[in-house]
Design a binder for this molecule. Structure first.
Ligand code: SF4
Ligand code: SF4
Length: 325
């Protein structure tokens, strides 16, 4: 007989770092467009998985000496290689017991962006009539959309921090997420109560190179009977700054032209200047606030379980001398 414990053990053995399971009735009241029960209508359970970023992938960015590891090994390889591999292994186990599975890695284009670009949460929850329309009355328009962070909260994997980044008790902000829907009914885990990891220290906002955290705007939603809230980040601004939009945080912005190009929408400078060397090279800034500052705070205050022999920041953070540019 298939049990939650067996599914979690196989997922961990296959390479997931943290696994939790929730029941789909925790999505009661979700907007139709974001309800996973329209993606796999028989779904009874959501299996949520966290895949850690090795902390050392941030070390070169922290030192200002080696920038490609986070984009490559902390980011795209998790989305495009490890997650599909683990989801496939777990899916085979469940399917062999006669249940349907729908694996959802963090590389589906509709995860956090739609065809019109970055959207507000309200816009994300609404169909886009210029793109598609429901196949028949009572259905959402394709594509229905599962918000992976909310699904992982509903599964009991962790909570959403003030930074909007998902936090686990094991790694804080240092992971990427995937989910698998199935019609197998598996024993659900308890929720991680909001506020049990994030203490609203706002180190994330203070260290963000793009100033993407407005002081006066929050997003509030109710999931599984819990009120969740996080800062209403300027995601369009983040999409430029996490790719090196701030010259003081980007040693590759050498000329005035470079600075202009890195300050444009994501992709321009990376395509021309870095791609021939780095391939996938977007995340130059190394999430200075929402991952690195948060991780340091949670490690140093003992609010998460991950432990290292040496603290992450061992000298003052570097900044480029823009007078010498
Ligand atoms: S840095 Fe502080 S406020 Fe920001 S998400 Fe982490 S714990 Fe929460
Ligand atoms: S990725 Fe960087 S720019 Fe974006 S919110 Fe996080 S710290 Fe700010």
């Amino acid at each position: 007989m298939l049990t939650a414990e067996h599914v979690k053990r196989v997922a961990r053995e296959a390479g997931a770092d943290v696994v939790a399971i929730g029941s789909t009735d925790r999505f009661e009241g979700a907007p139709t467009q974001m309800d996973p029960r329209f993606m796999l209508p028989s779904a009874r359970s959501v299996v949520a998985m966290a895949f850690r970023h090795p902390r050392g992938c941030f070390r070169g960015i922290e030192e200002g000496t080696f920038f490609t590891a986070y984009s490559a090994m902390g980011y795209s390889s998790i989305n495009y290689i490890y997650q599909p591999h683990v989801l496939h292994r777990v899916g085979r186990l469940i399917e062999d017991e006669g249940y349907d599975v729908l694996p959802i890695p963090n590389n589906f284009p509709w995860n956090n962006i739609n065809v019109a670009g970055w959207t507000t949460p309200e816009e994300t929850a609404r169909p886009n009539p210029a793109r598609s329309r429901p196949a028949s009355p009572g259905k959402p328009a394709p594509d229905a959309f599962i918000q992976i962070r909310l699904a992982c909260f509903a599964a009991g994997l962790g909570e959403i921090g003030y930074s909007k980044i998902f936090l686990t008790r094991e790694f804080g902000p240092r992971q990427r997420l995937a989910v698998l829907l199935t019609d197998a009914e598996l024993e659900p885990d308890p929720l991680v109560e909001p506020g049990s990891i994030c203490d609203r220290c706002k180190a994330c906002a203070r260290a963000c190179s793009g100033g993407c955290f407005p002081a006066d705007r929050m997003v509030r939603v109710t999931v599984a009977g819990r009120q969740l809230e996080w800062c209403d980040l300027d995601m369009h601004r983040c999409s430029t700054y996490f790719c090196g939009g701030a010259p003081a945080s980007n040693p590759f912005a050498v000329t005035a032209e470079d600075r202009t190009e890195f300050g444009k929408d994501v992709g321009t400078a990376q395509q021309h200047k870095l791609k021939p060397l780095y391939g996938y090279s977007r995340a130059l800034e190394g999430a200075s606030g929402c991952i690195r500052a948060c991780m340091m705070h949670l490690e140093e205050t003992g609010r998460i379980q991950s432990r290292f022999n040496e603290r992450f920041r061992r000298k003052p953070a570097w900044r480029m001398n823009l007078d010498q540019a």
